[in-house]
Design a protein around this ligand. Sequence first.
Ligand code: E4P
Length: 218
Amino acid sequence: MKFFIDTANLAQIKEAQELGVLDGVTTNPSLMAKEGITGKNNILKHYVDICNIVDGDVSAEVIATDFEGMVREGEELAELHNQIVVKIPMTKDGIKACKYFSDKGIRTNVTLVFSAGQALLAAKAGATYVSPFLGRLDDISTDGLQLIDDIRLIYDNYAYETQILAASIRHTMHVVNCAKIGADVMTGPLSSILGLLKHPLTDIGLEQFLADYAKGNK
Ligand code: E4P
């Protein structure tokens, strides 16, 4: 399973990268705004800064909602750095743009996916990644994990190469459950990755080992 971090915060991206388990980064306009990154030039520079920290794919989202605008923005984003993946919303024009980019060899991430049918369409259009939003479905009392499971089944039925990027991950158990289902990638906050480290028996066991060593090595 690939681990992506879902943030535009450079310090958190560095921390995850230094842990040695990071495979990429996803961003979105809200995450960029949260870091106070505004204005086209600053936003483009920020994507390059992110690419210079991580080794893997960096999703950069288009703002345009029409096909021509998405193509224009997406081509500009893709030219920024070879790690950039163009993130496109799950709309009619978005699917057309996805197919256009896929035909040109530009990698894509179809975002804001909330149904298996949308995921099927994204795969048909040649998306590199599809991003079902697990947490946001859970927020409205719908089973987000069931959606990941359904997409896995459909993609396996037809051997689609589109990777399932479980997005809107909120906590560590989302990560574990997505891994059990077979999501190819998860993207979540740093806390969802660091949470995987934790177990009280690990802490108790280590404390005991160190105490026993100290007793015998005074
Ligand atoms: C996906 O790429 C999105 O950036 C993200 O996972 C959305 O998560 P949220 O629902 O926590 O905002």
